[in-house]
Design a protein around this ligand. Sequence first.
Ligand code: GLU
Length: 319
Amino acid sequence: MKIIPDVSILKKAVEEAHKRFVNIKDGKNADYIPYLAKVPPQLFGIVIVTVDGNVIEAGDSRFAFAIESISKVFNMALVMEDVGSLALRKKIGADPTGEPFNSVMAIELHRGKPLNPCVNAGAMATVSLVKASSESERWARILENMSGFAGRPLSLNEEVYKSEAATNQHNRGIAWLLDSYGYMYSGPMEACDVYTKGCSVDITAVDLATMGATLAAGGINPITKKRVITETHVSKILAEITMNGLYDSTGDWQYKVGLPGKSGVGGGILAVVPGILAIGVFSPPLDIFGNSVRGQLAAEYLSDTLKLNLFTKGGAREQ
Ligand code: GLU
């Protein structure tokens, strides 16, 4: 049986994590998307949401930030609902590319196959697989799906979207390249634009932890109690992000934290403890791989303190 730690223990751990790392100034905001460079770097919020719906938070847990790459997790979930997990794996894959998240070389090396939905190529191909008869329907379904995970209506941050759309020539190039290899299942510019909108959705650390807790709870949102995805898809999603969630330092993350996780260049990091809880951290300064510096420290501290690491004996509090 899985044992969920008491709220008092979680509260103490979250507050301590905030206190320990709040003054760390390492890392640098992403600046290749101009909007992200302007987000105040001192912001720092940590949230745990348990599968039974408790919300424990510290710091800037209600500050809205761009979900960025973490949207890839929920788009993947939607496509599993639409076409099944096997089709998604066959069309896109589940393996690390060994190259940066926006690598063109990785596409060339694998004759156009994106390899996984967590790199930009695979994420745009994933968006192209969402069942929709128009671009507006594709976008509406993506936003509605993410909102189901968050348990409240999320919205597009127009300023982030404009900033990204004006500077996403590289992603547009990737979308055309995939199309040339037959790995785009809608118009490539439609997929790229809807993917970019998905990255520009505003969330808070509370939303992020709730979205993760929905995965931890087997697909049922612990706050709204509504089923968002089929339970059998959850383990596939968690397997994907276990392998590919933290860019080119996913192995280092697993070494330290031992949990399925996903980060985004907006400064969000999610860690999922199946059957127990999820951790959502927001802190904009990133390391050289694109992962939030304080987000990783907080997740490692919480994983150690609360004995959440899945790879330890009795890991993730199995008793
Ligand atoms: N919108 C960003 C991009 O496509 C997301 C990147 C990320 O968070 O990894 O470059």
